[in-house]
Write a protein that binds this ligand. Structure first.
Ligand code: 13P
Length: 287
C-alpha cells in the first residue's frame, strides 16, 4: 500500500522504534526491499536520490515501477516512496510524478531561505497528500553529488523549521553518508537530546545509517529518532555477493550469465541487510 510517511513515523516515535528508509537504484533493489518488508510485516520507506532518479530515467518511471510492484507483488504493508535530499525543483517533479513523500534539503541555504522554501513546499506537499522532511545542519560526506560538511544542527533552527508544519526532521548530529572514517567521533547525543527537547513530538531522522554501531542506533531511537536512512550498506552487500559469484566463475557455468541468475545473489544480499536493519530498528511486525 503506497502511503505518505506521516502516520508510520508518528506511530514509530510513539512506539520507540524506527522505520528504515532504504535507497533504491533499480528493479532488483526495489523488489528486494519490498519483499523483505512484506515478509517481516514492517512499514518501509523507499528512498530515491535525485541521482538515482535520473539513473532510472526519471521520477515518473520510478513512481510507476513502485506502484506496479506493490500491486503485482501484493504488498500490503505501508510503503512510502520518498525523495531523498531533494532540491526545490526536484521536490516539484516528485510531487507531479506521484511520489508519496519528499525531502527538501535546504540545509545549504541561509536559515531564512531554508525556512521560506520549506514553508512553501509544506503547503504544496500537504495539499497533495504527501509527507515532507526538511533538514537543518548537514550530513557529512557525499551521496550522489550532495556534499555536506557534517556540522551539528542548531536546536533553535531545528525548532524554527519544525514549526513550519513539516512531518519529520533531519538534523545533523555528526552523522556521515557512506562509510565512517576510522577517526569518527561518534554521534553527538547532546545535540540530539537538545533538538528533541525543542521539537517535542516531531519524528527525527538519522541519515548515514551505514556503519553506525547498534548501541548508538538504539540510543538515537531512545532520543527521538523514528526514521533511519540506509543506502551504502545495501550497495556494499550487493557488490560483495556479486563479486563472489563472478570470482567463483559461476557466470561461466551453464546459463550463469543470465541476468536473472547473475543478479540473484546480490538481490538476496540486499534482503539480508534490510532484514538485519529492520530487526535492529524494531520495525518488524509494526505494519
Ligand atoms: P548511508 O549511505 O551512509 O547509508 O546514508 C544513507 C542516507 O542517509 C540517505 O540519505
Amino acid at each position: 500500500m503506497l502511503v505518505s510517511a506521516t502516520e508510520m513515523l508518528k506511530k514509530a516515535k510513539e512506539g520507540h522504534y524506527a522505520v528504515g528508509q532504504f535507497n533504491i537504484n533499480n528493479l532488483e533493489w526495489t523488489k528486494s526491499v519490498l519483499a523483505t518488508a512484506q515478509e517481516l510485516n514492517s512499514p518501509v520507506i523507499l528512498g530515491v536520490s535525485e541521482g538515482a532518479g535520473k539513473y532510472m530515467t526519471g521520477f515518473k518511471t520510478v513512481a510507476a515501477m513502485v506502484k506496479a510492484m506493490i500491486e503485482e507483488m501484493n504488498i500490503t504493508v505501508p510503503v512510502a516512496l520518498h525523495l531523498d535530499h531533494g532540491t526545490y525543483d526536484g521536490c516539484y517533479k516528485c510531487i507531479k510524478a506521484g511520489f508519496s513523500s519528499i525531502m527538501f534539503d535546504g540545509s545549504h541555504y541561509p536559515i531564512e531561505e531554508n525556512v521560506e522554501k520549506t514553508k512553501e513546499l509544506v503547503k504544496v506537499a500537504h495539499a497533495m497528500g504527501l509527507s515532507i522532511e526538511a533538514e537543518v545542519g548537514s550530513i557529512g560526506g557525499e551521496e550522489d553529488g550532495v556534499v555536506g560538511m557534517g556540522e551539528c544542527a542548531d536546536p533553535d533552527e531545528c525548532k524554527a523549521i519544525a514549526d513550519l508544519g513539516i512531518d519529520f526532521l533531519a538534523a545533523g548530529i555528526g552523522n556521515i553518508h557512506g562509510k565512517y572514517p576510522e577517526n569518527w567521533q561518534g554521534l553527538s547525543f547532546e545535540t540530539l537530546d537538545a533538538i528533541q527537547q525543542k521539537t517535542g513530538d516531531m519524528p527525527l531522522v538519522l541519515h548515514g545509517g551505514t556503519g553506525i554501531p547498534a548501541d548508538m542506533i538504539k540510543k538515537a531511537i531512545d532520543l527521538g529518532v523514528a526514521k533511519i536512512n540506509v543506502n551504502t550498506e545495501c550497495q556494499l552487500s550487493f557488490a560483495a555477493a556479486t563479486r563472489e559469484y563472478v570470482e567463483a566463475g559461476k557466470d561461466q557455468q551453464g546459463k550463469g550469465f543470465d541476468p536473472r541468475k547473475l543478479l540473484a545473489p546480490g538481490a538476496e544480499a540486499i534482503k539480508a541487510t534490510v532484514k538485519e536493519k529492520m530487526e535492529l530498528f524494531g520495525s518488524v511486525g509494526k505494519a
